[in-house]
Design a protein around this ligand. Structure first.
Ligand code: TRP
Length: 365
């Protein structure tokens, strides 16, 4: 029996990515496809090189389009249930880099309706407020305003609905039930919603590439089944691993409470969270640690450096060796993360304020 769950609304247990690849029927990012992407892009990205984007669907088709000088566009999104945390950034940072390398337009869907349907305590107004705040986080990563269209479902529904209707007609209740585990108690907003998340895939007459957390894959399995019926190419996907929460353990960072580093956390909060909560791959005492070394693979501080905060491969490798050999203690590694994370977040917040007056130029509507 499987001991982990990965769906758009629930990630539980320790994710075994090899088994997930089999379960979802996705393709591993092989060395070949990585090299082909790097050639087409004229360079590589640490999120690809380090295997954090570990699988894909039809990335080869997108690369073929790009190699032939053809156009593709990109799409990703966010369910605005609250403040953005650092785990949300992983697919967005790759999208930004791909936009820069390929000059592709990026659609970003903020699903205020979805979070309203999914979260019993959340009002539609609250979700709408988070959507605007999340939009600012997205835009602040350095997207090109001329090639970026941020959509909010309830606001931009006139553009999305005709597409969603065509998709919805081709998805049966049994297939959504089978895909998401819906029951008779599920509200009908949720049941329809996957059609709306599909809509941006078909908004342009070109193939689409979607960088996303692997938990969102089930939606696009349905979309991909419908695409040929609508006479459209199947959306291509590139999946990231889920960034662990501070508590570690191979699941995903949850937005709630103390498990996440929020983009709004001030330097003191970041320091406290990392010191108190970041799961350590260190040993029980210093002598043991010096003798046996730490385990960077389970150490959350090391993992945050690997995912986001130390893009320089040689520096990251040095940290890995220092830590694994026992020369570096968990406290020292945490201090490095605290400084890097706070530097990143301060720069991010400055960038947010810089572009705040221009947010309108990134919006679809
Ligand atoms: N459902 C996603 C979430 O809860 C938001 C989303 C909408 C999305 N469209 C997307 C995510 C496309 C990835 C790709 O976060």
């Amino acid at each position: 029996m499987d001991d982990f769950t990965v769906t758009p609304w629930k990630v539980e247990g320790v994710i075994d990515y090899d088994r997930l690849v089999e379960r979802f029927g996705v393709r591993r990012m092989t060395g070949d496809v990585r090299a082909r992407l790097a050639r087409a892009a004229g360079g590589s990205h640490h999120l690809i090189d380090r295997g954090i984007f570990f699988s894909h669907r039809d990335l080869d088709a997108i690369l073929k389009t790009a190699e032939g000088g053809g156009r593709f566009f990109m799409y990703t999104g966010r369910g605005p249930s609250g403040t953005t945390h650092i785990g949300h950034l992983v697919p967005w940072i790759l999208a930004r880099w791909l936009q820069e390398r390929f000059g592709a337009t990026v659609y970003f869907q903020l699903t205020d309706d979805e979070k309203f349907f999914a979260k019993p305590g959340l009002t539609l107004e609250e979700a709408g407020g988070h959507a605007l705040d999340n939009a600012l986080d997205f835009a602040a990563l350095g997207f090109d305003p001329d090639r970026t269209r941020i959509m909010i479902d309830t606001r931009d529904i006139a553009a999305l609905y005709p597409i969603a209707a065509r998709v919805a007609k081709k998805i049966t209740f049994s297939s959504t039930k089978a895909t998401f585990g819906f029951t008779g108690e599920t509200n009908i907003g949720m049941i329809f919603y996957t059609a709306l998340q599909s809509a941006p895939c078909f908004i342009e007459d070109a193939p689409v590439l979607i960088p996303l957390g692997v938990d969102q894959d089930p939606h696009f399995r349905l979309t991909r089944d419908v695409a040929p019926v609508l006479g459209k190419p199947k959306p291509a996907l590139i999946h990231s691993m889920m960034m662990p929460g501070l508590g570690g353990g191979g699941g995903k960072m949850s937005s709630s409470g103390d498990d996440a580093i929020l983009l709004s956390d001030d330097p003191r909060t970041v320091e406290k969270k990392i010191k108190k909560r970041a799961f350590s791959g260190g040993r029980t005492d210093v002598a043991e640690h010096r003798r046996l070394g730490g385990d960077p693979d389970v150490d959350v501080s090391f993992q945050y450096l690997r995912f986001l905060f130390e893009p320089d491969d040689s520096k990251l490798e040095r940290l890995r060796e220092e830590y694994a050999s026992g020369r570096m203690l968990t406290g020292e590694l945490k201090q490095i993360l605290i400084e890097k994370a706070n530097g990143f977040l301060e720069e991010h917040r400055a960038r947010r304020e810089e572009i705040r007056p221009d947010l309108g130029s990134y919006m679809f509507g």
